[in-house]
Design a protein around this ligand. Structure first.
Ligand code: LLP
Length: 433
């Protein structure tokens, strides 16, 4: 079987030069040697450029800020990445008290944090109220009622927004669409006005915004425009009923190129939405974007070493030292990540392999049917792994999670040490004798 060459995503932080791959100015092979594998590698330049691409649209021609990025940190919550974005001026979109603690530890400010998620606990609400977050994005009346009582017991007023489920099809993987009627997320479109009216009666809540999120890895602009129009219509109706909305949070979800996808460029995407909001007469609203993947996805890769090549009856396997516990996306969504040898190897014949890890599951694969010229000991780079890579990793099979480094030109910084085996069971206890 001949395999067609697979298009690679366009990357700004990682390049191939004379058969060797580099992270900015450092050969990936040198990073593997110094830090071992599996290793997550991020490019500071690529992270910065992606952020600035949003921010360019967020400031108008006169230098007035018309929108702000609230980085959806579930995509990658390493403190060094949060700190970089905080320094660039980002706010954050969080979904747990753990994420809030990370923002604060990384130097982010609570008053630029929006708290999303369908199941916030009382403890999480308490922590966020005490920290002084900008807004709670709420998804149901029971959640609203609980927040009202938690805020009341603390003598505080909770700033709130309701998450609208606009019922539009984002045309993405079913596991990552969130704005359809059958999804657990948001408040059904037809119930939004009456839920706001309930919220307006809550003495310890203050309505400040409206939000929506329709899904992730969306590579077209039209589902956004549909959702936006539906939300703008609600803002008009709310206004008529005396409920004023100050900010509009249009969620995250812009897709990236993993191979041949062609999502709109970030600045163009953000400008199109912001211009549309202004042209419809809503230029007075403060606008929030909540991007995750498009800020970090193509700014990271996962470096792995080939342990064995194992010919099989129907397939050949390339067994590497990274596994589904390091990068869950292929196993979970059959997601595609381009995989390249870190150095070209002229001695090895091109063979078609499934790239698999050492975990005891047939679902433990990272790439399928890839033509590679490789030998054991060679390294591979799994591209576009900066988003939902490390954050979704686990200790399955008692495997320590990978180390993470950030490259900045010719400099490399270790931003997370490899987990030690002992640390994996340090919190466990055997029964008394
Ligand atoms: N805001 C909310 C409320 C969200 O639920 C999400 C992602 C985002 C923002 C950021 O969306 P992004 O810009 O990253 O598409 N683990 C999956 C993706 C799950 C996305 C969940 N929500 C994956 O690996 O593809």
């Amino acid at each position: 079987m001949t395999i067609k060459a697979i298009p690679l995503p366009k990357l700004s932080g990682f390049t191939e030069r004379d058969g060797s791959w580099y992270a900015e100015e450092i050969p990936l092979a040198d990073l593997a040697k110094e830090f071992g594998t599996p290793l997550y590698v991020y490019s500071k330049k690529a992270l910065t450029e992606a952020y600035q691409a949003y921010d360019k649209a967020c400031v108008d021609g006169q230098g007035k800020r018309r929108a702000r990025v609230h980085y959806a940190m579930k995509a990658n919550s390493n403190l060094a990445i949060l700190n970089l974005f905080a320094k660039l001026g980002a706010g954050f979109d969080i979904v747990s008290a753990g994420e809030l603690a990370r923002v604060l530890a990384a130097g982010g400010s609570a008053n630029k944090v929006v708290f999303s998620g369908v199941g916030k606990s009382t403890q999480e609400m308490t922590a966020a109220l005490k920290a002084g977050v900008k807004c709670f994005n709420l998804e149901s009346i029971p959640e609203l009622t609980r927040l009202n009582s938690v805020a009341g017991s603390l003598g505080l007023k909770a700033p709130i927004s309701l998450r609208v489920n606009p019922d539009v099809d984002p045309k993405t993987h079913p596991y990552i669409s969130t704005g359809l009627k059958g999804n657990k997320f948001g408040i059904a479109y037809d119930d939004v006005i009456k839920t706001y009216q309930e919220a307006a009666k809550m003495p310890h809540c203050e309505i400040v915004g409206i939000d929506c999120h329709i899904g992730s890895q969306i590579t077209e602009i039209s589902p956004y425009m549909d959702a936006l129009d539906r939300v703008l219509d609600l803002i008009k109706q709310l206004d008529a009923s005396g409920i004023k909305i100050h900010h509009l949070d249009i969620g995250g979800g812009l897709g990236i190129s993993y191979t041949n996808e062609t999502p709109p460029a970030i600045t163009e995407f953000a400008n199109t939405l912001l211009n549309h909001i202004e042209s419809k007469g809503f230029g007075h609203l403060e606008v929030l974007f909540e991007p995750g993947r498009s800020l970090v996805g193509n700014a990271g890769l996962l470096l792995t070493t080939i342990e064995y090549l194992k010919p099989g009856e129907t397939k050949n396997f390339c067994i590497v030292d990274a596994a589904m516990n390091d990068l869950m996306r292929p196993a979970m969504y059959e997601a595609f990540h381009a995989i390249v040898p870190v150095k070209s190897n002229s001695k090895a014949p091109a063979v078609t392999y499934d790239i698999v890890g050492p975990i005891c599951e047939s679902g433990d694969w990272l790439g399928r049917d890839r033509s590679l010229s490789v030998q054991p000991g060679d390294q591979l780079a799994i591209l576009s792994a900066g988003a939902y890579g490390f954050t979704m990793s686990s200790n399955y099979n008692t495997r320590g999670r990978a180390a993470e480094v950030m490259v900045d030109g010719t400099q490399v910084h270790l931003i997370r040490e490899r987990e030690t085996i002992e640390s994996l069971f340090a919190n466990e206890k055997v029964l008394p004798a």
